[in-house]
Design a protein around this ligand. Sequence first.
Ligand SMILES: Cc1cc2nc3c(=O)[nH]c(=O)nc-3n(C[C@H](O)[C@H](O)[C@H](O)COP(=O)(O)OP(=O)(O)OC[C@H]3O[C@@H](n4cnc5c(N)ncnc54)[C@H](O)[C@@H]3O)c2cc1C
Length: 380
Amino acid sequence: MQFDYTPEQIQLRKTVREFAEAEILPHVLEWDEEQIFPLDAIKKAGKLGLLGAIFPEELGGSGLGYIEYAIIIEELARVDPSVGLIVAAHNSLCTNHIFLAGNKEQHQKYIPKLASGDWIGCWGLTEPESGSDAGGMRTKAVKQGQCWVLDGSKTFITNAQYANVCVTIAMTDRAASHHGASAFILESGVPGFRAGKKENKLGMRASATGELVFSNCRVPESQLLGKQGEGFVDSLRILDGGRISIAALAVGTAEGAYEAALKYSKQRKQFGRPISEFQSIQNKLADMATEIDAARLLTYRAGWMKDRGQRVTKESAMAKLFASEIAVRATNEAVQIHGGYGFIKDYPVEKFYRDVKLCTIGEGTSEIQRLVIARQLLKS
Ligand SMILES: Cc1cc2nc3c(=O)[nH]c(=O)nc-3n(C[C@H](O)[C@H](O)[C@H](O)COP(=O)(O)OP(=O)(O)OC[C@H]3O[C@@H](n4cnc5c(N)ncnc54)[C@H](O)[C@@H]3O)c2cc1C
């Protein structure tokens, strides 16, 4: 067992931190307030290699592992969780589904453009009537000659309005249940496919979340991604990796809130001394730091296992569950440490507090993570 960062990981963290503080930090408030999708910053992140982090260099990726990927998401989230979410959905959901299930032509056609940030990706599984129970999706794809025809809609899709490429899952054989869904790659501009309503959200407001609508959308059979009927099963594999990025998103958000609270506690004086000298405040800081460390370790363990090709269903769900729950607690305490100022938008903790809630919901709620973990425990 080895707990040191490599020199490359230290350098990566420094590079991403500098990027986030220079290109993102000055705009965080405005992007949140106005719900501005930070397209320029995302394109710059693409030039830095952050949009193709986990893909091989021969496909235009950065050839990094999941620990490095977690470091990237953490550092983006430490400054703006919305940017972390945009990059996570792009990398570990959309592009990774193409990477894991795609054929050579699909790899060559899509991954280099997604990895460079020329194209933005989104991934649509959730529907208005099927969230946790994603297998109950209604969107269907019917084979007609050499084409597939898609009808239905997806909801709450990250990057929906800005995506050039969308991976979506549709029922191709309802009778076959979980082996009756298939994945498809759709490009923006295809007739019958459009992004619908953009949601007005509590947090993560700079990330675009919205509907995807398929109406008699006809695509050639070459757009089928992976084996017919295996789209849902492949999605579960994609989520195993994706949950590591949501755990990292939670860790980074908690870290940003913790650092702000630590700094504030040393500056703010009440009763003639810094509030950091009060034991109640020290207890909060100690709990936050301890839980963030534990969450980070769970996240890196899942990443380490993933990089070794091991199955991480249980470990990524544990990391996601624990990190998102402690991050909600940490941001709550960060607001508390700020007192009334924590309720005001001039201080970053107000936004961390709103943003972080998504981490207990996206890519499977905490209740579903417990269900996934328990299933794995009961199997053994
Ligand atoms: C900002 C944002 C971004 C998102 N991005 C994407 C994306 O890019 N792609 C995508 O496909 N989806 C995305 N989602 C959707 C997200 O994954 C779903 O919201 C989530 O899986 C929960 O589904 P639901 O909202 O339908 O809630 P429901 O499934 O209706 O759940 C409601 C409540 O019931 C609980 N519940 C449900 N079933 C059970 C059970 N069996 N046992 C115990 N409790 C249960 C849930 O935990 C929850 O508390 C995003 C959501 C948000 C808010």
